[in-house]
Design a protein around this ligand. Sequence first.
Ligand code: HEM
Length: 368
Amino acid sequence: MSNPKRFDNEFENISNPQQEQEGIDEIADITSQLLHKRYPRPDKILRGVHPKSHGCVKARFEINADIPAQYQIGLFSQPARCFDAIIRFSNAAALVRPDIDAQGKHGSRGMAIKVFDVEGEVLYDDDGDKNQDFLMINQPEFAFANIKDYLRLNRILLKNNDDPTAFFTDIEGLQNEDLGRLQRTGALIQKIQQTVIANPLNVSYFGAAPFKFGAGKVMRFCVKPQTPEPSPPDVPQPPADNYLREAVTTTMNEPHDLVFDFCVQVRSDGDDLHIEDASQSWDEQHTPFVCVAKITIPAPQQDVNSIPSWQECEALFFTPWHSLTDHQPLGGINRLRQAVYVASATTRKAKEFNLNLIERILRFFGLK
Ligand code: HEM
C-alpha cells in the first residue's frame, strides 16, 4: 500500500490526533497479538475477524445505464460501465465456530466485494492494482461507535482470552456518555444475535459507516438481493455447524444467476452525517437508498467451495481503504480500520511465508 491519506479536511475533525493515533497503534498491535495467541504454531493464521468463509464467487459490477447525473461520481461516473469483481461471504466472529452457537444465538455476517481495475486516483493500490473494495455486514449500524470503545473492547479481549463479557460488566470509571453508548452497543449486539438468515446469497448488506461521494458529499451504501429470502427464513432444522456455507454451495450449483442492487444514500454538509459515530444509521424515510449499480453473480459456479477457490479466497486482502479518493472512508472507525486491516493481513501473510520457508528448508535437507 502506498500514498497514505489519513483524514479528510472537509468532513473530519479529530479532537485529539495524538491520543487517537496512540489508540489506533495499540489496537493494531493487539490485533496481531491476538492472532498469534489464537493460532499457535504451526496453525495457519486466519483473518483477525471474519475468519470463517462461506465461499468466494466471481461477479460482474455494472453501473446502471440510467443512473441519474448527480450520482455519476467516482466509480459510478460512466453509465453502463461493467467491471469484473470477486465477492467473499463470511461470519464476522473472531473465531471459527458453528454458524449458530449453542445458545441459539446468530452472528454478524459479511459480504466483501472487490471491484477490479477501476479508473481514477486511488487512496491505496491493491498489490499494484487499482481496485475498489466494499466491505459490508448484514446490519445498517456497526455495533461500536468509535475508537475509544473499540480500544476498551480490545484490551478486554487480550486480557481475557477473547472473552468480551467484561466489556459490559467492568463499567467502573465510565462517564454517563460512555454508558449511553454501551447500552446502544448492547442493543445492537442483541439485534445481531436475533437476526436469522438462511442463505448469505439472499440477504441485504450495509457499509455501516460513512464514505465520501465526491466533493462535498457523503454516502452510506448497501447491497440488496433482487430476490430476497422468504420470511421467515427457511433455516434447516437442526442447522448444521456450517449451514451457511452449505447454502452457498447448493445455490451456486444451480443454474440461476443471482442479482443484487448496489444502492447509496447521499447527504451533504448541513444534514446529520454522524461522521464520528458508526453505530448510527441514516433514516431511510428522510434519505432513501437510490440504486446506482447492479451486481450479477453468474451461476453455476460449482467450484465455489473447492480447495483452489478456498485458497484464492484466503489470499485476498480486502480493506475499505482500497478505494478511489472520491469514496474515501470517513470517521474514527474507518480511520482505525486503515491500520488494523493491514496489521491483520500482514500478520497472517508473514506467518504463511515463514511456514512455507521452514517447509522448503526441511524438504531441502530431506527432513520432511
Ligand atoms: C463499518 C464497520 C465494519 C464493517 C462493515 C466491516 C466489515 C468487514 C468485512 C466484510 C470483512 C471481511 C473481509 C474479507 O472477506 O476478507 C472484514 C474484515 C476485517 N475487519 Fe472489518 N468491518 C468493520 C469494522 C471493523 C473494525 C472497527 C475493525 C477493527 C478495527 C475491523 C477489523 C477487521 C479485520 C482485522 C478484518 C480482516 C482483515 C484481513 O486479515 O484481511 N473491522 N471487515
